[in-house]
Write a protein that binds this ligand. Structure first.
Ligand SMILES: [Zn+2]
Length: 451
């Protein structure tokens, strides 16, 4: 028997988000091969046991939207206390100076931070391609592989600069041919089709106010030809609705539909300002929504209608969004924010902690077009997050699963990706976290001072 065929039973967790796995799961290679009912032993032969009696067991959390590079502009004074459009215009000129070394550090820090919060699959939306940064996605793929994190990396784009009525400066805008050729190159080189993929490529024009219609349409065709997913920001603010009416003569969702994007190939960041008819259309199409509660609160963007979207048939996932509008990359904390923000719109009886955990796992997996992650059933990838409740904030808690959200879990004790422990004792394995933070902080200073 080879090492990869050995079986590991994560035995009798303190609590589990899936009742069918209340007795734990058995992992072999990169998969879960058995979910064990409460009080039972596995049917499978067990080579090793991990005693999880002090841990709450969840499927690895799945983050559906981020901008790793923005970890370099957290809590940046000129961007504080602003809504989306002025916030963006105060940051674009800083981001335009981003170089490859800075992006590598930003991506590593963000992925490590996500991992430590229990996240096993990360999605990033990178759309800043200045002259010094033509290989951004290549850098991110290399970093994700080195860390052993599962990733959906999106080739973002901006083609509508200030000269043409868009929001970003001309220096970070690329022409359509350059964008599409690079998109095809990246898909050919890195996209892994099929079960168990560690790297997915997706295509992601930044937003209606930073790309032109021709690029939106061509990107949809390219994604369909290659069988990859489509992603963009949509319906984040009322300003965006006004922009779409002025620029295109229609609301954001009508524009998305007109560009050939309203399908189950697409997941959208934010999805706040939809009316009832638009929610029904999104549900019929199966278009996913990456709900970003912290970012929506920081920028005062609004409240996503999550339960209506789900009821209509649209997958709802969770996301931390970029670190200049959150400003952390902690998906466990984001679950708490989603629960609390949701309670402002929905009654406590209709929005539970179980619903939010489902968004952060199965719902997010659906947004990324994956059926092999987000759960604990046999056949799923062995992506696991285990939390201990041994901090003062949890002391006295009766319901361990609810305590994760209500008491504010923010750090997983153990995280497994594809059968490999990537976090143990709350720390990323093989990473000198202090040294990484020192290099990252120095890179952030360099970027700010480049302006
Ligand atoms: Zn975003």
């Amino acid at each position: 028997m080879t090492e990869t065929q050995r079986t590991l039973w994560i035995r009798h967790p303190l609590a589990c988000s899936d009742d069918a796995a209340a007795g734990g799961v058995v992992v072999q290679g990169q998969r879960i091969i058995e979910a064990v009912p409460a009080g039972h032993r596995p049917d499978a032969h067990v080579d090793e046991v991990f005693d999880a009696s002090a841990h709450v067991l969840l499927p690895g959390l799945v983050n559906t939207h981020h901008h790793f590079y923005q970890t370099l502009t957290r809590a940046y004074s000129p961007a504080l206390d602003k809504p989306l459009f002025p916030w963006l215009t105060s940051l674009y000129d800083v981001w335009a100076n981003l170089d490859e070394a800075q992006l590598a550090l930003a991506s590593e820090l963000a992925m490590v931070e996500l991992l430590m919060s229990g996240c096993t699959t990360v999605a990033d939306h990178h759309y800043v391609f200045s002259g010094a940064l033509t290989h951004a996605i290549d850098i991110q793929v290399e970093t994700a592989r080195r860390l052993g994190v599962r990733a959906t990396l999106t080739r973002g784009s901006m083609s509508l600069g200030r000269d043409d009525g868009g929001l970003p400066p001309q220096s970070v805008v690329q022409d359509e041919t350059t964008i599409l050729d690079d998109s095809q190159r990246l898909i050919d080189r890195y996209h892994e089709p099929g079960d168990g993929a560690m790297i997915h490529l997706a295509l992601a024009p930044c937003s209606p106010f930073s790309v032109n219609r021709e690029l939106m349409e061509a990107t949809a065709r390219l994604a369909e030809t290659n069988g990859v997913r489509l992603h963009t920001h949509l319906a984040e603010t009322e300003d965006e609705t006004d922009f779409c009416r002025r620029q295109f003569g229609m609301r954001p969702l009508d524009y998305l539909d007109a560009c050939g994007w309203l399908s189950d190939r697409t997941w959208l960041a934010h999805g706040i300002h939809f009316d009832d008819d638009e929610i029904a259309r999104l549900g019929r199409a199966g278009t996913g929504i990456a709900h970003c509660p912290s970012s929506n609160m920081v920028l005062g963007s609004g409240l996503c209608r999550t339960l209506e979207l789900e009821a209509a048939g649209a997958p709802v996932g969770l996301a931390v969004d970029g670190s200049a509008s959150n400003d952390h990359s902690n998906l466990a904390e984001e679950m708490r924010q989603a629960l609390l923000l949701g309670r402002l719109r929905y009654s406590p009886e209709t929005l539970s902690h179980q619903t939010v955990i489902r968004w952060a796992t199965q719902g997010s997996a659906r947004c990324l077009g994956r059926t092999d992650i987000g759960g604990l059933a046999p056949g799923q990838q062995a992506d696991l997050a285990l939390f201990r409740l041994d901090e003062a904030r949890f002391s006295g808690a009766e319901n361990p699963l609810a305590a994760l959200l209500l008491c504010g879990a923010h750090r997983a004790d153990r995280v497994m990706v594809a059968g490999h422990w990537r976090v143990t004792d709350g720390m990323p394995r093989g990473i000198d976290l202090e040294a990484l933070m020192a290099r990252h902080d120095a890179a952030a200073r360099r970027l700010r001072h480049a302006l």
